[in-house]
Design a protein around this ligand. Structure first.
Ligand code: LFR
Length: 459
């Protein structure tokens, strides 16, 4: 018996519709549709082109043909408002827009309640930036991006738990909206729909079940980490590098808060204990400036560049906004104006590996856990130089792959809800191990150069 599930997976730079086919013990993945996700600046505000994305979803589902289920995941924190008739009020604003600048500094620390790291763009700060606008006054419901797309497909309203956990307004202990906090901040309780869990049926699209998955892309990616033991760290590597551990309860200590580690909600009640590291974003931005050169040629040339020629602190929020990235990197690194593209690329990748090293080490110290291996999943698993550098920097073997971890985690949760695969996370991960390609990188060299590089960036 063959079963097919469609994963809609929206990333910050592109979206895709992927069909997962389960047959006997096998699991195949096919990307049936890929489309660009190009943010649009209008009226001075950076927006997502949400209707363009929805069109990509509809085109992809048409190409997918008949499936047993549909699941949607995307990046986190962003939302759209509906009015009382269910109409979308304005285009969702991009989390890299400047509207939240300075807001987090004016709000008391929420870590105790939400367990969430302070990122300037967390939904809570976006809502505080929006409060007082006519749009906010007209809003009756807030829907996170995957919930908004699911609403358009099914007509059903709800808030999927893993993504809701990135708002800053979910109680990390109960997994429900933190109503006291919502009212203390002057936000409106009626904006927040009932929580749904991964595996819940949302509704139907043209007769096909639409199922809640780990709708935060990182939650789905972590489901598909092919771990065969408990002591592993992961890097979900794409526009961001989400670096951390899977825990069964949150860590809410002062040290954890100061290190800006987050306790995001995972599938099956797990905690995604991690930090956002700037990821491949700076390189993506440079490549956009450079007219999108061939990535494999660029990485080959970067691999030939001397190691640690220049390093920057990639955790610096100065690298968050779009535009003019190569100049920002060059200035921070002390590279000359005429630094070559490979030299800048090498600087970014050395710096990214260094930031990932720091996050793995801090996760270990803050939890007392001792990861024996780093699973690097997502698009970055294709980047051999990044995988090698991550192994060298962390001093741990890196197991790279699967590249499409997020889509895999999405279809696995659907297949489980349909009774097509075995229940537990370890069982789903065993299936990933058996069916997907994974490449092992052993660490080379000692820690000395990395320690010295860390000192150079003052961390
Ligand atoms: C990765 C991701 C991160 C989140 C960031 C912004 O795609 O979802 O987990 O912090 O995007 O939403």
């Amino acid at each position: 018996m063959t079963h097919r599930f469609a994963a809609v997976d929206l990333g910050a730079s592109s979206g895709r519709v992927v069909v997962g086919t389960f047959s006997g013990g096998s699991l195949g993945l096919e990307v049936v549709h890929r489309f660009a996700n190009d943010p649009v600046r209008a009226g001075g505000v950076l927006h997502w082109d949400i209707l363009g994305l929805y069109k990509g979803v509809l085109d992809g589902l048409a190409k997918a043909g008949p499936v047993d289920g549909i699941g949607i995941d995307s990046w986190a924190v962003d939302y759209g408002f509906l009015d009382s008739s269910g109409a979308l009020l304005g285009n969702p604003v991009h989390y890299r827009d400047a509207r939240t600048d300075g807001i987090a500094d004016r709000v008391p620390d929420l870590y105790e309640i939400s367990g969430l790291q302070t990122l300037p763009f967390n939904t809570v700060y976006q809502l505080l930036a929006a409060a007082g606008t006519p749009q906010y006054a007209a809003a009756s419901t807030m829907l996170m991006i995957p919930d908004l797309l699911a609403y358009w497909l099914t007509g059903e309203i709800g808030a999927e738990y893993t993504n809701a956990s990135t708002t800053g307004l979910l109680d990390v202990r109960t997994g429900e909206w933190a109503w006291g906090l919502i009212s203390d901040l002057g936000l409106r309780a009626e904006h927040f729909p009932a929580i749904r869990r991964p595996g819940d049926l949302i509704g139907h699209f043209e007769g096909t079940p639409v199922v809640a998955v780990g709708s935060h892309d990182t939650a789905s990616a972590v489901v598909a980490v092919p771990a065969d033991q408990e002591d592993f760290a992961y890097v979900s590597s794409g526009t961001w590098s989400l670096v951390g551990l899977e825990l069964d309860r949150p860590v809410l200590t002062a040290a954890s808060r100061e290190a800006n580690f987050t306790n995001e909600g995972g599938v099956d009640g797990t905690v995604r204990y991690l930090r956002n590291v700037m990821g491949l974003w700076p390189l993506q931005e440079c490549m956009r400036e450079w007219g999108s050169p061939d990535i494999s040629d660029l990485l080959k040339a970067a691999a030939e560049e001397p190691a640690f020629g220049a390093v920057v602190d990639l955790d610096d929020p100065a690298f968050l906004p779009p535009g003019g990235m190569s100049a920002r990197i060059r200035t921070a690194a002390g590279l000359p104006r005429d630094a070559s593209h490979p030299a800048i690329t090498r600087c970014i990748l050395d710096s990214l590996a260094l930031a990932q090293r720091r996050a793995v080490r801090q996760a270990r110290e803050l939890t007392g856990r001792d990861p024996r291996v780093v699973h690097l999943v997502g698009g970055g698993a294709r980047n051999e130089l990044l995988c090698r550098l991550t192994a060298d920097a962390t001093g741990l073997p890196v197991l790279a792959g699967p590249v499409e971890a997020t889509a895999l985690g999405n279809v696995l949760v659907q297949a489980r809800a349909a009774g097509v695969v075995e229940g537990s996370l370890p069982a789903m991960r065993a299936l990933v191990r058996q069916t997907q390609q994974i490449t092992r990188y052993e660490p080379r060299g000692g820690d000395g150069p990395w320690r010295a590089a860390a000192e150079r960036v003052g961390r």
